[in-house]
Design a binder for this molecule. Structure first.
Ligand code: URA
Length: 258
């Protein structure tokens, strides 16, 4: 008789999900992770008492920093010039280059990621590392060239050791992204991953939020998984492709079937 496979018990499933999460964050180069305490409680273990392993947050916005000159942001170059001089949060102290974003000035689609990594910090360009190469393939699979869309991030400077940006860092940086969005007026914004979705829409839980339409200041937004996640979990490409197909349908573009 063929043995019937037993479904994983909830405890093993939780442990396996946590392992996936920690592996993903490690792949991203992070040395600390945020874990929901209710998950720990479900595991029947106490929460970690020490935050000593965490990479320290950079300074919160410096109160003495000059206010942003938003009135001067009449074009993308002006926004990029302000970003290049920015000292609104502590990330400026460790950056090599700012990464304002790049692409078409009247794009149909704008992609928003989390923050630059090592390659982006070195080159001053968004999504040029491994995840960026996959993003470029995704854009081409949609029938666009990379130059035809705009690619930006929530934070314009690299967080040390690629840790997730702190809420204060995202808050300090978001005026630049808002200004870029207002100038670009894309038909659709694709949020890549949980941090971008949280930073732009204030929504957490990318697994539940992805694949559904939202709006940001009148622009339709589709959250999906981050390309780094796909490098670790290629099986999730089906979901991302479904989200990108929905984007294409939304803007009346041909939807390639693969
Ligand atoms: N990951 C991001 O979120 N943004 C980049 O620019 C590169 C990697």
């Amino acid at each position: 008789m063929t043995p019937v496979p037993t479904p994983p018990d909830p405890f093993s499933k939780l442990v396996s999900d946590l392992e996936d999460y920690v592996a993903f964050e490690t792949e991203e180069g992070r040395s600390s992770v945020e874990i929901d305490l209710t998950v720990i409680a479900e595991l029947g273990q106490p929460p970690p008492l020490s935050a000593s392993a965490a990479v320290p947050a950079s300074d919160v916005p410096d109160k003495e920093t000059a206010p942003m000159e938003t009135a001067a942001w009449t074009d993308l170059d002006a926004v990029a010039a302000s970003i290049a001089d920015c000292t609104q949060c502590g990330l400026h102290a460790t950056r090599t280059n700012t990464v304002p974003g790049e692409g078409h000035s009247q794009p149909e689609i704008m992609f928003v990621g989390e923050a630059p990594g090592a390659d982006e910090d070195a080159q001053g360009r968004p999504f040029v590392g491994r995840a960026g190469k996959l993003l470029t393939k995704m854009i081409e699979a949609m029938g666009f060239q990379r130059e035809e869309v705009f690619i930006a991030n929530i934070c314009k400077c690299r967080p040390p050791e690629n840790r997730k940006p702190e809420p204060a860092e995202m808050e300090a940086c978001i005026p630049y992204l808002k200004a870029q969005i207002a100038l670009l007026k894309p038909k659709v914004i694709v949020c890549l991953g949980g941090t971008a979705t949280e930073g732009l829409l204030g929504l957490t839980g990318i697994t539940k939020v992805r694949g559904n339409w939202h709006t940001f200041e009148g622009i339709d937004v589709m959250p999906t998984f981050h390309p780094s996640y796909l490098l670790r979990k290629p099986g999730a490409k089906h979901e991302v492709w479904a989200d990108l197909q929905a984007v294409l349908k939304h803007i009346d573009r041909p939807v390639p079937e693969y």
